[in-house]
Design a protein around this ligand. Sequence first.
Ligand SMILES: N[C@@H](CCC(=O)N[C@@H](CS)C(=O)NCC(=O)O)C(=O)O
Length: 203
Amino acid sequence: MKLLYSPASPYVRKCVVLAHETGILDRIELVGATAVPVKINEEIERRNPLAKLPTLILDDGSSLFDSPVIAEYLDSQHGGRKFFPPAGPARWVALRRQAMADGVLDAALLCRYELTTRPAEYRWSAWIDGQMRKIHTTLAALATDVAGFAAEPSIGEIAVGCMLGYLDFRFPDEAWRSEHPALAAWFDRFSDRPSMVATKPVG
Ligand SMILES: N[C@@H](CCC(=O)N[C@@H](CS)C(=O)NCC(=O)O)C(=O)O
């Protein structure tokens, strides 16, 4: 299988971390690609009508997206401990954590596009403020949740780790560490995992 991939994308990172953790990374060919909303990449679009990364191309030529779907597919491709818990309460906890992390990324990406892609004369500070508020309220919710994070991570903890890594990468001035020290301490430990070290964002 092939993963249309960017080393800067936190959604891609979530899938690659899961592939590392489950020992199936060598079954995935990473194919570099660039996706920007104002300049559609037609190579990606042919495989994914949303033209976004990550996109996974299976050996039968079909494609999977978006990152929660790809991650769950990859988790179905190995015989070890599952990162998507089976039906039951633990599954909803893991999926909710993934949704919070991905939601922070969605807001962060909208801010980044507003600040780096939209022409300066069209920028709208209320837009940035609204997205930043979502980021801050969700980080506060995760800071409460972190005491219950599992030692053996699920997709929820992987998603939160990749999201915090993205904030450090693209929003280094955000003071989330001092505001949420328990979350920061968890992230520092989580960042030492070989899967996280190997996928530190660049770009
Ligand atoms: N919900 C999607 C979001 C993916 C996403 O927004 N990826 C960015 C790269 S980090 C992208 O492809 N942006 C291009 C665009 O929005 O057109 C997922 O979880 O995979």
